[in-house]
Design a protein around this ligand. Structure first.
Ligand code: ADP
Ligand code: MG
Ligand code: MG
Length: 325
């Protein structure tokens, strides 16, 4: 950029959307840099206020409270995220379902109320989970058809938030940055030395920060869903937070983590959850059909499946994992 001063990293963290957020940028002006990151966090806090189910008066909770009763008008951006979520419901053939909230509440995974629901509770809850029962009108109004239904945007809202952070950094002229919203990574530009960003893929069997492989991408959203993010263990069995809407139980198909790489984090987020539930075969088929989307799937038996565009972009670091072809 022709500046004589050397760029230094400026980093800041926050806790929102139920997760740790961290943004690091490289800049000649530390004060400006800090301000820009604060602006990102302020934006994310606005998103949380509208879209979180853990905030009493969020727009999403207003829709939930009025389930079976009346349409609730929401902001343009909440409408955008809802429409994306509905779209991924269609694309994934219902694997991604924004009305999964009833199950999320029943299992309580990651809360003080976590427990294994009874079979009859699950059977009953199944009647309240179906994205097709979210109706919309022309004025950003939404209504859940049945009282008791619950929208939960936990599988997509962080993605939208990461896109907004990226947009804010870009529009402030930032050229080198890494956004990390609880595992939703977005790389901006290059590393400060001009090299392409290298991002570690979490080893699902090891503590956070242990990587099983590396990907190299610039200006891409990289989102991972894993069964190690949020779970409880009972009688030696792990119950995690990614629920198969067709059964009401945590998805069990051999997959242990899915990583999606694409241009927008909102898409990567919805797809990481979708592919996790769809399984290896259907998941890869879906990703191959979509333009500019790549994925890495890791299974419990340490096999790694890559989409076709990933083969020369992923480097394995731990040879106890085996890449399948
Ligand atoms: P993480 O929250 O760890 O990033 P995901 O992006 O995969 O993981 O999202 C999991 C969250 O999405 C759950 O905590 C829940 O709020 C919601 N969720 C769970 N199952 C589904 C599903 N089948 N479709 C849509 N959202 C889901
Ligand atoms: Mg997701
Ligand atoms: Mg996620």
């Amino acid at each position: 950029s022709g500046c004589s001063k050397k760029k230094e990293p400026v980093t800041d963290s926050a806790y929102m959307l139920g997760t740790h957020l961290n943004i690091t940028i490289w800049t000649e002006n530390e004060d400006e840099g800090k301000k820009v990151i604060k602006e990102c966090f302020k934006r994310i806090s606005e998103i949380e206020k509208k879209m979180s189910v853990n905030i009493k008066d969020s727009e999403i909770n207003n829709i939930n409270k009025n389930a079976g009763k009346e349409f609730v008008k929401v902001s343009a951006e909440t409408s955008k995220v809802l429409n994306k979520a509905l779209k991924y419901g269609e694309i994934s053939n219902g694997a991604f379902d924004l009305t999964v909230g009833k199950f999320v509440k029943l299992w309580g995974i990651g809360t003080y109320n976590e427990r294994i629901p009874s079979k009859s509770e699950i059977d009953d809850a199944l009647k309240y989970v179906d994205y097709k029962l979210l109706k919309k009108d022309e004025k950003n109004g939404y209504k859940l058809d049945k009282e008791g239904m619950r929208i939960d945007l936990g599988g997509i809202a962080k993605g939208y938030a990461a896109d907004e952070a990226y947009r804010i950094l870009k529009s402030n002229g930032i050229e080198n940055a890494v956004i990390n919203l609880g595992g939703n990574i977005f790389t901006l530009g290059t590393r400060p030395d001009g090299e392409i960003w290298k991002i570690g893929i979490q080893d699902p069997f090891e503590p956070t920060g242990t990587y099983m492989g590396i990907v190299q991408f610039s200006d891409k959203a990289i989102v991972t869903s894993g069964n190690y993010e949020r779970f409880f263990i009972k009688n030696n069995k792990r119950y995690h937070h990614i629920i198969d809407p067709k059964t009401g139980y945590p998805s069990e198909n051999g997959i242990i983590s899915t990583t999606i790489i694409t241009n927008h984090s909102i898409d990567a987020d919805a797809l990481s959850t979708s592919v996790y539930i769809l399984g290896v075969k259907k998941g890869l088929d879906l990703i191959e059909k979509l333009d500019d989307v790549e994925c890495i799937i890791v299974t419990k038996n340490r096999k790694v499946y890559l989409s076709s565009g990933m083969k020369d972009k992923f480097k394995i670091k731990n040879n106890s994992f085996q890449i399948e072809n």
